[in-house]
Design a protein around this ligand. Structure first.
Ligand SMILES: [Zn+2]
Length: 303
């Protein structure tokens, strides 16, 4: 029996494959698939971070995203950026994943207590059962329990609720990009930023000229309001970028901050507090941004 390095599950369904003397590929029934690029460097997540990391990996699998390659840089980034989710958000996460598994209304979906609790971003099966019961009490799920399994079906009220959620936030497909307009950075907009957003299922939008600092641009404000989230690259420290990101945060929109490594020391944000990607190469930025969007926002529907 193998042990999953992320969730610590010890189970005979776990498959660990050596890709090189230091890299391993893991398939875990709880977390899903992932690669650890340097097993020597890899430090096992602590008990607080463990369920979040496991849920993050599982979420990517559930959304048919690319299996992540875990490096120590990525772990550091995730530790400071995966948000604490409220019980309400966890219920929505769970209901959405049941929706994704449901091929036709009325279908019974089996949830395994041991393997499936990351679907609700829960820490253990006890918390998982709490969310299943809550969704049942709210009338969104019917639920039958046998030992170790819950057989659930989304009710008519559950479908209504999902539709309402959809109309509210999830129907937004635009990602607003705030960044410097200098020629130096044109390449990262045309390449990694556009690619990562598109690959994650959203439409990248950047206004086509440097905003006026002395005037609040109505067009920009309305584009931010119509967006699902904001990507703010603060390299070169333009005031407009901070303004747009700050406005988005005030509106309750998630902001993913990026900065080129050589400019990090000039950044006017608290690097411990926010979702941020410190990049040196375009490939790194594209890969990290894609994974951040999938982890923090969830995969979008634009194909
Ligand atoms: Zn695992």
């Amino acid at each position: 029996m193998e042990t999953c390095p992320v969730c610590k599950l010890n189970d005979n369904l776990i498959v660990i494959e050596e890709l090189s003397p230091i890299a391993i590929r893991i398939e875990c029934p709880r977390c899903g698939k992932f690669t650890i690029l340097d097993r020597v460097e890899f430090t096992a997540p602590n008990s607080k971070f463990r369920p979040k990391l496991s849920a993050w990996v599982r979420d990517l699998k559930e959304q048919d995203a690319k299996a992540p390659q875990i490096t120590s840089d990525l772990l550091n980034n995730l530790q400071s950026s995966i948000p604490d989710r409220s019980p309400r958000e966890k219920q929505i996460k769970l209901l959405r994943s049941i929706e994704r598994k449901t091929k036709y209304p009325g279908q019974i979906i089996e949830l395994n207590w041991k393997y499936d609790f990351p679907l609700a971003w829960a820490s253990n099966y006890e918390e998982f059962l709490y969310y299943i019961n809550s969704l049942h009490d709210r009338g969104f799920l019917s639920n039958e329990m046998t030992s170790g399994l819950s057989s659930v079906t989304i009710t008519a009220d559950g479908w209504d609720y999902l539709e309402k959620l959809e109309r509210h936030m999830e129907e937004r497909t635009q990602a607003f990009v705030a960044m410097s307009f200098s020629e130096n950075l044109k390449g990262i907009w045309e390449g990694p930023i556009k690619n990562a957003i598109t690959k994650a299922g959203y439409t990248p939008h950047r206004v086509d000229a440097e905003p006026h600092i002395d005037r609040i641009d109505v067009k920009i404000i309305s584009e931010i309001k119509n967006s699902r989230f904001v990507v703010a690259d603060i390299t070169e420290q333009k005031r407009g970028v901070y303004f747009e990101a700050g406005y988005a945060l005030g509106m309750g929109l998630p902001v993913i901050w990026c900065v080129r490594k050589d400019d990090l020391e000039n950044a006017h944000f608290d690097t411990r507090q926010y979702n941020h990607i410190v990049w040196e190469t375009e490939d790194y930025l594209e890969d990290q941004l894609y994974h951040f969007i999938c982890a923090i926002i969830g995969k979008g529907k634009v194909s």
